[in-house]
Write a protein that binds this ligand. Structure first.
Ligand code: BTN
Length: 257
């Protein structure tokens, strides 16, 4: 497959544009492999209904459209392919030690550098596309983040002390994404899960699980299950976390990203 890149200076959201493309597509039009990128997003969307701040020219704001080859129940596993790809691309292009936090945040030195928003869009009664939205903070300075995010978010340039090339990063992310989607589709979750586990910074650490800002329980992150849920060992036994926010306990005892 050859990725077809559609570049926009400004969009509401690359995921929204991808969904519009899918909804307006003609039967014979091939959208599999289309990538939407924007220099700026005016309504960037994050997970759990949050906004994703996407100022002009400072980050990689992109959505890759692929025709799902997995069953509906397994679709969320594509988000692990995306997270692994972003971490691998960051490591390869910058040398920075990107790590993964469940389900698909990419952190460096414990701060969030990238997030992934996967959306599913039916195209026929039985087939559907996946819009894989990826946001990577690339050239922001600390002051470019809203004050409440300044201690939690980071850009690649803030860590490497130089401006990073967006197009070079995009091309490596897409190359890795293609490789990791093929790995998942051809060999199942096991090899991709192994890669995720090698890149993760959660397993073996104390975490809290929250929903809408409220702490539900704490425990030790024990494993990534074959269905993509996070297994957390609590006083009541092993619990599978399906969705929501998981915070890591830091050395000073506080829970952060
Ligand atoms: C998260 O909350 O961590 C997910 C953030 C996903 C942001 C990206 S930026 C490109 C794409 N378009 C959007 O509106 N969101 C995703």
């Amino acid at each position: 497959m050859q990725w077809q890149i559609k570049t926009y200076e400004i969009l509401d959201s690359t995921n929204q544009e991808a969904k519009r493309l899918i909804q307006n597509t003609q039967m014979d039009e091939v959208l599999h492999g289309t990538v939407v990128t924007a220099g700026q997003q005016t309504s960037g969307k994050g997970r759990l209904g949050r906004a994703w701040i996407s100022p002009a020219g400072t980050g990689l704001w992109m959505t890759a459209i692929i025709k799902a080859q997995l069953s509906l129940e397994q679709t969320s596993l594509y988000s692990f392919a995306a997270a692994v790809s972003v971490a691998e691309a960051i490591r390869q292009t910058t040398g920075l030690m990107a790590q993964l936090k469940w389900p698909n945040d990419v952190l460096i030195d414990g701060k969030k550098v990238s997030g992934i928003l996967l959306e599913l869009v039916p195209c026929t009664a039985t087939e559907y596309y996946i819009a894989i939205g990826i946001g990577i903070n690339v050239n922001q300075e600390k002051k470019d983040f809203p004050s409440e995010l300044q201690e939690k978010a980071v850009s690649l340039a803030m860590l490497s002390n130089k401006r990073e090339e967006l197009t070079a990063l995009l091309s490596v992310v897409l190359q890795k994404l293609q490789e990791n989607c093929i790995l998942l589709e051809q060999y199942g979750f096991t090899p991709l899960r192994d890669k995720w586990k090698n890149l993760n910074c959660m397993i073996g650490r104390e975490v809290t699980v929250q929903k809408q800002g409220e702490t539900l329980y704490s425990g030790v992150a024990e494993d990534l299950a074959m269905d993509g849920t996070l297994l957390v060992r609590t006083v009541d036994g092993l619990t599978a976390v399906l969705a929501g926010d998981v915070s890591l306990r830091s050395k000073n005892g506080e829970y952060s990203f």
